[in-house]
Design a protein around this ligand. Structure first.
Ligand code: GDP
Length: 348
């Protein structure tokens, strides 16, 4: 019987804080990946180190254009990101950086279950994934959408510190994840299909209101004319919406990731948006507002975790829940009691 030689992967030496920070700032992809893995880890010591790395990287972050991309499954998001990402790299990105680098991140609300379905599939974005100017990272697989979003937000900081000046954040157009992506993008792009006569149906109005721009995808072959008429209908519909906070009007374009038609127009309109919003101050205001939003999100998140981790709370929680279910205590009173207990246990 022959034995295969034992394969023992070398245990990777843990990097020091300095090594992480220096590696990320030098744009080293392996260190960047490892820093993100650390950030995604649930271990308390990993979290602590990751937070220190982020703080040290923060001064070098922010100099980027963050494009959020959403649309229903099948609209063509990954095909679009592949084609548009390549174009952005060729044309030098949006911020005027001398040599552009692109990071593609994702927020997938189902990633906790599927371990990162968006971008997880290696067959997607084949060309970009081979391009050394591009860094592709699937959605973190964390327990809640809030957690996934926070980690993606922190990953943006690391990528920017590593010199990525163009950040794409993809999400599936179902549910709350658009709000999360909107809360971290400078431009929120909604990809839409041209339907057969039902262009204005099935659009979630809230998502349309968040969009800075719309692109009707797959505008090629027989579909090109349908895409153009869908664009006209959406432009008309958008007139009924309140003006965007950016001060920029919401453009509706058509494009094809397959033929490349319309992609350059879209690139030019995003570059123009970047210039205009930087000049009128709305770019900075939006980022400030987002930083404020994430501050409160983190506060709530950390308070919640600390609360449920408290031993006094843990002791009483199940019992109180039972009383609430039985109608013996009101939900409000039960919550109040538990909070009192928590504050007492904190001040002890
Ligand atoms: P996602 O689920 O939104 O990421 O969509 P995909 O990028 O996976 O694309 C869904 C399907 O649409 C695939 O079969 C693609 O080949 C097709 N598709 C994507 N972009 C285009 C396009 O520009 N033109 C045409 N004709 N088909 C496209």
């Amino acid at each position: 019987m022959s034995h295969a030689p034992d394969f023992q992967p070398k245990p990777r030496r843990r990097l020091t804080l300095e090594e992480y920070v220096d590696g990320v700032l030098a744009g080293d992809r392996v260190t960047l990946s490892r820093a993100i893995t650390l950030l995604e880890s649930a271990r308390a010591d990993h979290q602590e180190l990751a937070q220190e790395i982020i703080s040290r990287c923060l001064p070098s972050a922010g100099r980027s254009f963050r494009l959020g991309v959403t649309g229903v499954p099948g609209v063509g998001k990954s095909t679009f990101i592949e084609a548009f990402g390549k174009l952005a790299l060729e044309r030098g990105g949006f911020t005027g950086a001398p040599a552009s680098r692109l990071a593609v991140l994702a927020i997938d609300p189902s990633s906790a279950r599927t371990h990162g379905s968006i971008l997880g599939d290696k067959t997607r974005m084949v060309e970009l994934s081979r391009d050394e100017r591009a860094f592709i990272r699937p959605s973190p697989a964390v327990d809640s959408l809030g957690g996934v979003a926070r980690k993606t937000r922190e990953t943006i900081i690391l990528c920017e510190a590593a010199g990525y000046d163009t950040i794409f954040i993809e999400t599936v157009g179902v549910g709350q994840s658009e709000t999360a992506v909107h809360s971290m993008s400078d431009f929120f792009l909604l990809l839409m299909l041209s339907g057969a006569g039902d262009e204005l149906q099935g659009i979630k109005r809230g998502i349309m209101e968040m969009a800075d721009g719309l692109a009707i995808t797959k505008a090629d072959g027989d579909n090109a004319a349908r895409a153009r008429s869908a664009a006209i209908e959406y432009r008309t519909a958008l007139h009924l919406f309140p003006p965007a906070a950016s001060g920029q009007s919401v453009n509706v374009l058509t494009c094809s990731a397959q033929s490349g038609a319309g992609l350059e127009d879209l690139r030019a309109s995003l570059a123009e948006f970047y210039q205009a919003t930087r000049a009128n101050g709305s770019f900075a205001r939006r980022r400030e507002e987002q930083a404020r939003f994430w501050f409160y999100e983190s506060l709530q998140d950390q308070l919640k975790r600390d609360f449920f981790a408290d031993s006094a709370v843990q002791l009483r929680l199940a019992e109180l829940e039972k009383s609430v279910r039985a109608g013996a205590v009101s939900p409000f009173q039960a919550a109040h009691q538990l909070i009192e207990l928590y504050s007492r246990s904190k001040t002890k």
